[in-house]
Design a protein around this ligand. Structure first.
Ligand code: RIB
Ligand code: CA
Length: 306
């Protein structure tokens, strides 16, 4: 089976942790590099969390540290959702630093992508700062990028601002650079993340499934992205789901831009579903998901973990 080379840019993050588990244990994906970006919590904390997860999974994927802050705006975080460590709930053992590259994430991404025989898919599941820097510093990298499948944005309302989703709101200027890159971008936003829910009975099933399920069960006790009763939102896993089972999504090709200046709407993804702006489409947008198909895929995927 040919595997698909990917780089995951992440800010773990409890929902990132689940997405990383599914990706790392998938036989269809070849995770060439994990890059970290400040987002849910600080760069130091998200990097420590990425290393903790790789140690727990026993996966030797290199890790490169990226941006410690957004391009322009002041940093925000989501420690209220993920806890002060960014991954509260489970007592991970101290990870080795052997996986950490000395290169900056942007340089590591450029090296890995250009050295790859196959085009690489970028899977950002945090703020887009590193991706924007990569495309700006090394424009020739675009010829070796297959697709950018990002968790972020919303065609309707936000989860960080009235109209803005966290990953875009954290670095709207970076997001604008990515949507204007002329690369194949897939936006996997709140429209589907809000329906990708884990309920108490699912969580109980995870608890006894395997070591990874038991760890995730513990993290879910602290995760505030939704609630146990109404369902925990698996935002970042939706980006991985798009790579592995795209048929669960309803997708439209349309024009997307990012509002930078609105006093109340900065960070909002403007998704022009009805063509008012008369711009050519620049993204595939996931506008709906089959929640049953997601849940079956989600549980089966985690069943493949150790
Ligand atoms: O809005 C959800 C996104 O913000 C997810 O990637 C979550 O991990 C946070 O980074
Ligand atoms: Ca994330």
């Amino acid at each position: 089976m040919t595997t698909r080379p990917i780089i995951i840019d992440t800010d773990p993050g409890i929902d990132d942790a689940v997405a990383l588990a599914i990706a790392l244990y998938s036989e269809q994906l070849d995770v060439r590099l994990i890059t970290t970006v400040a987002g849910n919590v600080s760069l130091e904390k998200v990097t420590k969390n990425a290393l903790r997860l790789l140690e727990f999974f026993g996966k030797d994927v290199p890790v490169a540290l990226g941006a410690a802050r957004p391009l322009i705006k002041a940093p925000i975080d989501a420690s209220d959702i993920h806890g002060s460590t960014g991954m509260d709930g489970f007592d991970f053992k101290e990870p080795t630093q052997d996986r950490v590259l000395k290169e900056h994430a942007v340089n590591a991404m450029y090296r890995v992508i250009m050295a790859s025989e196959q085009p690489t898919t970028l899977v950002p599941i945090g703020p887009l700062t590193n991706i924007a820097l990569l495309l700006t510093m090394y424009p020739d990298v675009k010829e070796k990028i297959d697709e950018i499948v990002l968790m972020g944005g919303s065609t309707t309302r936000g989860n960080m601002g009235v109209m803005s989703e966290f990953n875009i709101a954290a670095d709207p200027e970076a997001a604008k650079i990515v949507f204007q890159s002329n690369l194949p971008v897939v936006m996997v936003g709140l429209d589907v993340g809000w329906k990708a829910l884990v309920y108490p009975e699912d969580s109980e099933q995870l608890k006894g499934m395997n070591q990874t399920g038991g760890m995730i069960y513990q993290l879910f006790q602290k995760y505030r992205g939704g609630s146990m009763k109404t369902g925990l939102k698996m935002y970042d896993s939706c980006a991985i789901a798009y790579l592995l089972k795209p048929e669960m999504f309803q997708v439209v090709e349309t024009f997307v831009d990012v509002e930078l200046n609105g006093s109340m709407t900065a960070g909002c993804t403007v998704v022009d579903l009805r063509g008012y702006l008369k711009q050519p489409s620049n993204a595939k947008v996931c506008v709906d998901i089959d929640p049953d198909m997601f849940k079956q895929w989600f549980m089966e995927s985690l069943g493949k973990c150790n």
